[in-house]
Design a protein around this ligand. Structure first.
Ligand code: SF4
Length: 300
């Protein structure tokens, strides 16, 4: 049954699932901290990926732009030309018709979509701050349950733990939490808008404790002050799968770290290939199932 969209200034125009029909309309914040929030219709939502994510059948990006504004973010390279590179992190566009588009696309693909692999999200964080208010990612995931795609969620946000109830309804679902360093100083330098390391570790521990398959992605691995202490904190989450990837200083559309603003930080912290290898080798010795680079991102 199609739900009633709510029209009007300040209301989100989403086609909600039936169990949300009685829910009050969601507010549409126009700003989250330093980030301006815009609301636009997208042309499509279920996308066939290329490049780094080509192993997946589909990706979904409920937002474009990302309030987390990581200094190394490769997604900035995919921003519309009108957006200045230095403004990455200061804008986010909500794909306000995402749910309606998804339902239309799923209907068209009904015959062949069951059991396909899907990655959420490749060029935005699906649990960035605006998601707390809008629950757009949550609505999308709830819509996917009936189709039982093989779901991989990728985030740097503890908000992902909110949706444990939905992940439990998939036969195959994995939550990936990115944690790039053991140092809050390094985290603040490279990921100023992101939640603290300990919050991410606590959240993925909670998701893991609920019996959901999880993975910690150190992508890219940033300077680490104590490799063994870092391994201890990773193991303490109960997570059994890990992925590590080096920071790439050179440009490349699908590399882990390609945004030029991160280069001076890399120099400041003297983070080079030798440093990466030394930390990776400790992690390899201590952690079970450590995948490296693109191979680590195979669909579940
Ligand atoms: S959270 Fe992900 S998408 Fe957002 S800025 Fe950081 S790397 Fe980019």
């Amino acid at each position: 049954m199609k739900s009633q969209s709510t029209a009007g200034q300040g209301m989100l125009l989403l086609d909600l699932p039936d169990d949300n029909l009685s829910a009050p309309p969601k507010a549409r914040p126009e700003r989250m901290g330093q980030t301006v929030v815009e609301y636009k219709d997208a042309a499509g939502i279920l996308t066939k990926p290329k490049g780094f994510m080509a192993g997946y059948d589909f990706t979904i990006n409920p937002y474009s732009g990302c309030a987390f504004g990581c200094a190394y973010c490769y997604a900035a390279a995919f921003a519309p030309a009108a957006r200045k590179p230095e403004d990455w992190g200061k804008w986010v566009v909500v794909k306000q018709n995402a749910l309606e588009l998804l339902r239309r696309q799923l209907k068209k693909s009904r015959s062949g979509i069951h059991d396909k692999s899907i990655y959420i999200s490749s060029v935005t964080d699906p649990y960035q701050p605006i998601e707390r208010d809008l629950e757009l990612t949550r609505d999308i995931i709830r819509e996917l349950i009936a189709h039982q795609l093989r779901l991989v969620i990728q985030t740097r946000s503890p908000l992902v733990a909110r949706d444990i109830d939905l992940f439990k309804q998939f036969k195959v679902a994995q939550v990936n939490m990115t944690v790039t360093t053991d140092s809050e100083e390094v985290r603040r330098a490279f990921e100023p808008g992101c939640p603290a390391n300990h919050q991410r570790l606590e959240a993925i521990a909670k998701v893991t404790a609920e019996g959901i398959q999880t993975c910690i992605t150190m992508t890219p691995l940033l300077p680490v002050t104590d490799a063994n202490g870092f391994a201890d904190s990773l193991l303490a989450t109960g997570v059994k799968r890990f992925i590590v990837q080096p920071f790439h200083a050179k440009k490349g559309a699908y590399a882990a770290g390609t945004k030029e603003t991160a280069a001076p930080l890399i120099e400041k912290y003297h983070w080079d290939g030798d440093g990466y290898v030394a930390v990776r080798d400790v992690l390899r010795a201590r952690l079970p199932h450590l995948g490296e680079g693109k191979d680590g991102f195979a669909p579940v």
